[in-house]
Design a protein around this ligand. Structure first.
Ligand code: ADP
Length: 554
């Protein structure tokens, strides 16, 4: 039967049209949460406190300062900065005035930094004092940057050795804040984030005002990060890593207090800040949390207000979830990527899961989670055929949605396949929509035509109390293509003989995975290389073990 849909008969609704602009988020915070605090541990060494009202005023002053510096509409403004109030002002002052806030990960290699600043054609670079030496080295390599601004006050400005360096507080002090946020098309670019590019050059994801605003609403939802005006939120994930997963927008959107940890992310600094500022929830990668949990356990401490830890960026080891649970903190496992702004899925129970056994609930919450509204996922098998959402079939994961990349910045070729973005992850999706990452497609171990999940082996191994860190990689094998090699960093002071630890690990693994998945060898290392975004650097690890030869009979 012919469809009854007739596009010529569509009726335009009669509601106000307001473009979805980032400036409106700060406007809201200023108007209705003007006295809510943003507390920042500063690189200058002290704690700074002010309110959303102060932040909004200074963001407007910053927009005026950018006018004065002749940074034009659409220009990119680079930032090398920790989580702090001045970085917040840049997020809003730059994007709110029609310019593009380009946050840069200072942990990348100098060559990548040079590439990124030049590729983005940054007109100005704002940086925290910590990065002075890095900026001195970068400046001659980036002749296109017209202004270098140190994010500090006159008293803390470096004495000399940086020609033409501007002082952030001088720029702000010169303005009066009499500035109205301009109104423009909601599809206007607002912010630029480059992927870390462990292979090839980094690529830029250019977010729009619209995509950021919609992402912020979705991130704040109860079944997403669940943020409200009752919260005190500490973004541990850096503002230079995919916009701190959207928290600098979702917090003012809801009126949550913000607690910015600055450069010190060790267990003691985080714990003290959490307790002093009544932090209720936070977000970050697993490695950061491991440090905090270790500190709290070692000191026999407890949390008085901290209740939710959002963990993503790489798989959250189940052992970390258990440790947090014992401390009264609920872990919310989330998955995302730069190309998704970054939020894709969040692991949350549904009403129908409430009656399930604790073990069943745990299995759901250990997955990467359900797509947040606005994101659609599918998995595709070898011949390009969509696979069923049955929780068993696994294939390449594709995404679609309001805040999914359409095109990389400055690269004409589309990254999409029939309108879908291929994430590079391999996963399952169950009938309830819960997605579970089996592996990154480049990390999955291909053994005799079958796949072994390096993540599952790591999860199992990390449950051993004497394992501080572990990574599993595929090593070339004459018969099976690849076989798994498990690399272990023993916990400091564990004192267990390597052979005994090895035997115990095989016992744990045998109980959790199929026999043919068992690593052919377990080796010990002092450390495991990490990427600039705090993930296991498997490419480097594979290089390190490039010369590894399986023992006869393995
Ligand atoms: P980069 O590659 O620059 O570090 P992203 O931070 O965008 O960039 O990394 C995205 C990738 O991180 C995802 O494609 C996925 O492989 C991995 N990832 C993110 N969250 C999780 C998670 N909760 N579990 C497993 N892997 C994750």
């Amino acid at each position: 039967m012919a469809s009854g849909f007739d596009p010529t008969r569509l009726v335009t609704g009669s509601m106000m049209f307001k473009p979805l602009l980032i400036s409106a988020i700060m406007d809201h915070a200023e108007l209705y949460h003007g006295d809510t605090e943003i507390v920042s541990a500063r690189t200058e060494g002290d704690i700074h406190r002010y309110t959303y009202g102060d932040c909004a005023l200074r963001a407007r002053k910053l927009a005026q300062a950018l006018d004065r510096l002749l940074i034009m509409t659409g220009d990119r403004v680079g930032t090398f900065a920790w989580n702090g109030y001045r970085h917040m002002e840049l997020y809003y002052g730059v994007s709110g005035s029609g310019r593009i806030c380009h946050t840069i990960n200072p942990r990348l290699f100098p060559d990548q930094l040079r590439y990124i600043v030049n590729h983005a054609e940054d007109q100005a670079v704002f940086f925290d004092l910590t990065f002075l030496a890095l900026m001195k080295a970068l400046k001659p390599e980036c002749p296109g940057v017209r202004h270098w601004v140190c994010m500090s006050d006159r008293d803390h400005m470096p004495a000399e050795g940086f020609e033409g360096l501007l002082c952030y507080e001088d720029l702000i002090d010169a303005e009066d804040g009499a500035f109205d946020w301009p109104e423009f098309d909601e599809r206007t670019a607002s912010s630029l984030c480059y992927t870390s590019g462990t292979t090839g050059n980094p690529k830029g994801a250019l977010y729009t005002n619209r995509s950021v605003v919609l992402h912020s609403y979705a991130a704040a939802l109860p079944d997403s990060l669940g943020i409200s005006a009752m919260d005190s939120i500490m973004p541990v994930v850096p503002m230079f890593h995919v916009n701190a997963w959207g928290l600098p927008y979702a917090c003012p959107l809801t009126g949550a207090k913000m607690v910015m940890p600055g450069a010190k992310l060790d267990g003691a600094s985080l714990y003290n800040l959490i307790e002093r500022e009544g932090v209720t929830a936070s977000a970050g990668v697993p490695t950061i949390w491991a440090g905090l949990v270790q500190y709290v356990k070692a000191g026999n401490l407890s949390f008085s207000t901290f209740r939710r830890a959002v963990i993503g960026g790489s798989t959250c080891p189940p052992s970390l979830m258990e440790d947090f649970a014992k401390l009264g903190v609920e872990v919310i496992h989330a998955w995302g990527m730069t190309e998704l702004s970054p939020l894709g899925t969040v692991a949350r129970l549904k009403a129908k899961d409430v009656g399930k056994s604790p073990a069943e609930q745990k299995r759901i919450l250990e997955k990467q989670g359900r797509p947040v509204s606005g994101i659609k996922l599918k998995i595709v098998g070898g011949e390009g055929k969509s696979l069923p959402n049955d929780g068993a079939a696994f294939g390449d994961l594709y995404a679609q949605g309001h805040w999914v990349i359409d095109q990389y910045f400055g690269i004409p070729d589309s990254p999409l396949e029939q309108g879908w973005f291929k994430t590079g992850d391999i996963s399952t999706i169950d009938p309830d929509g819960n997605m579970q990452i089996v592996d990154r497609s480049k990390d999955v171990i291909k053994s005799g035509g079958e796949w072994i999940s390096s993540i599952e082996l790591e999860n199992a191994a990390s449950s051993h109390a004497d394992v501080a860190m572990c990574a599993c990689i595929g090593i070339a094998h004459p018969k099976w293509d690849e076989r798994p090699l498990l690399v272990i960093v023993p916990r400091e002071g564990s004192g267990k003989a390597p052979e005994a630890l090895k035997a115990e690990l095989y016992e744990i693994l045998s109980a959790k995975v199929a026999k043919w998945w068992l690593p052919d060898d377990i080796v010990f290392a002092e450390e495991i290389p990490m990427t600039a975004t705090g993930k296991l650097h498997k490419l480097k690890l594979r290089e390190r073990f490039g010369g590894y030869v399986w023992k006869a009979g393995a």
